[in-house]
Every structure is written in structure tokens, then in C-alpha cells.
Design a protein around this ligand. Structure first.
Ligand code: NAP
Length: 243
């Protein structure tokens, strides 16, 4: 009988891990997506979509499906799912797969949250905002600062001091240098997601711009892996799989 493993997905790491595990004898992998993206990138595993109904709902799912292990590969800034997974997995082995954060570069100022980043901007600044389209409220509340909000999908109902730039990564260093120069950017605001996408940091550092970096929430206690190899090794050690 195959060991059933639940992969909490929604990141590039989850897709790479699923691809690595595809066809592993003795493994039945189920990927779980929050269901917030209309057309998510394909993942090489059977897939379920939508929330579980909190930690209790997830615990019920684990029991009902005889899940032998959980790999939580949600985004470093996913605030709730890692906590729910830790609570639900009292009796189920769980690994947090989380990519390393970016190392500081240039005029790097660490901040605990978006509100602190918004408060740290001086009046008259023109900030490039790369913190996502969902949490714009702290910046909307700073009409004395101009923002250039870069996101893949547009945001409705923004105030006039927030201008939108629809763009899809990856971005090159040259493109980031040109953007910050041509749009007269004075500050970069980012979340420390890690992974690809350092070009904006290197460009800001090269131009001497302050980098307001929102650092990650602390992950719940428990085993962590920073790489796909480490996650595969943990899984092989944790559940009985074929070669
Ligand atoms: P979140 O705050 O941790 O999760 C909110 C709720 O969404 C959870 O309580 C859970 O609902 C449901 N959920 C989240 N991930 C799920 C998954 N993989 N499978 C099933 N249900 C899931 O997360 P979020 O920040 O809203 O992000 C949602 C998803 O987008 C995550 O999978 C995350 O990896 C991905 N993502 C997030 C960011 C970011 O910056 N936050 C960036 C890129 C991708 P129930 O309580 O009902 O189970």
C-alpha cells in the first residue's frame, strides 16, 4: 500500500518538489492549493483545492485520508496555514519547506510588518512597492508619499497617490536599474520572500536607495528544510518509500 503524503502547495518550491517525487514507488502525493489563483500553474500530483476549515478541519482531513506525513511548502508570508498545519499535525510528521530569506544588501532597513514600512517612509518619497496587491491599506493611508505599485494583476479602487505598474517577473538588473531611474524612485519597499527576484534589491543597492524590507513571520516550531533535496531526504527518512 502507498504512503499518502499531503503537500501544502502554492509556491514554486511545491511544484519542483512534486516534480521530483513524481512516480516515486510507494508514494501517493496529494497537493493542496488554497484556490485563490484562478489559473494556477500545473503541479505534478493529484490536486485538491480550497481551505480545510482551520486546524480542526485539516486534522479531520489527515485522519480521514490516512495521511502519513505533511510537507508545508506554503509561501514564507503565508500567515495562517503553517500555524494550522502545526496544530493539526500533533500526531503526524510535518516538515516546513521554506526557501532561505534574502541576505541584506545596500541600505537595508528591516521592518516587522507593512504598517511599519509605510510609517518609515519620509514625506515626499516616491516608493516602488513590491509587496503584493492584497495589502495596500497602510500605503493608501500615506497620501504624502507617492507609490508605484508593481503587481501581476491590477488592483481596483486605489487612491491617486498609488500608481500601478502591471508587470510579470522575472526582471533583470538592467530593467530594474532603468525603472528606478526613469520613474525617479527614492525607496524600495519589499517583503523578504527570498528566491529568484533579487534584481530589484541589487538595483536599489547600486543606486543607493533605502530598502525597506518587511521580514518574515516566525515559523511555528518543528523541522524545516531550505532545499528540495533536504525535503526529499526528510520524506525518505520519515515514510517508507520505494527506491
Ligand atoms: P494563509 O494566510 O496562510 O492562509 C489563509 C487560509 O487559506 C488558510 O487558513 C487556509 O484555509 C487556506 N489555505 C492557505 N494555503 C492553503 C493550501 N495550500 N491548501 C489549502 N488551503 C490553504 O495564506 P495566504 O497568505 O492567504 O496565501 C494563500 C496561498 O497563496 C498559500 O497557499 C500560499 O502559499 C500562497 N501564496 C501566498 C503568498 C503571500 O505573500 N502570502 C505569496 C505567494 C503565494 P483553512 O483555514 O480553511 O484551511
Amino acid at each position: 500500500m502507498s504512503a499518502r503524503v499531503l503537500l501544502l502547495a502554492g509556491t514554486a518550491e511545491a511544484r519542483v518538489l512534486a516534480e521530483r517525487l513524481r512516480g516515486t514507488p510507494g508514494l501517493r502525493l496529494t497537493a493542496s492549493l488554497a484556490g485563490v489563483t484562478a489559473a494556477p500553474a500545473p503541479i505534478a500530483a493529484e490536486t485538491r483545492r480550497g481551505g480545510f476549515g482551520g486546524a480542526e478541519g485539516l486534522a479531520g482531513y489527515l485522519h480521514a485520508n490516512a495521511i502519513a506525513a505533511v510537507i508545508d511548502a506554503t509561501h514564507p508570508f503565508a500567515a495562517q496555514m503553517p500555524i494550522n498545519a502545526a496544530r493539526a499535525c500533533a500526531a503526524t510528521p510535518r516538515l516546513r519547506l521554506i526557501r532561505p530569506p534574502w541576505a541584506p544588501v545596500g541600505d537595508w532597513r528591516s521592518l516587522p510588518d507593512l504598517a511599519a514600512a509605510a510609517a518609515a517612509l519620509p514625506t515626499g518619497a516616491h516608493a516602488l512597492l513590491t509587496t503584493g496587491r492584497k495589502e495596500t491599506a497602510p500605503f493608501a493611508a500615506r497620501p504624502d508619499v507617492r507609490f508605484l505599485l508593481r503587481s501581476i494583476e491590477p488592483v481596483a479602487g486605489l487612491p491617486p497617490h498609488i500608481t500601478q505598474l502591471a508587470a510579470r517577473p522575472p526582471f533583470t538588473l538592467d530593467a530594474e536599474l532603468a525603472l528606478t531611474r526613469d520613474r525617479c524612485i527614492t525607496h524600495l519597499v519589499s517583503k523578504n520572500s527570498g528566491g529568484a527576484g533579487r534584481a530589484k534589491l541589487n538595483a536599489a543597492a547600486r543606486r543607493g536607495l533605502p530598502i525597506l524590507m518587511v521580514e518574515r513571520p516566525a515559523p511555528p516550531p518543528g523541522p524545516q528544510a531550505a532545499t528540495i533535496d533536504a525535503a526529499v531526504a526528510w520524506l525518505r527518512k520519515t515514510v517508507a518509500l520505494g527506491a
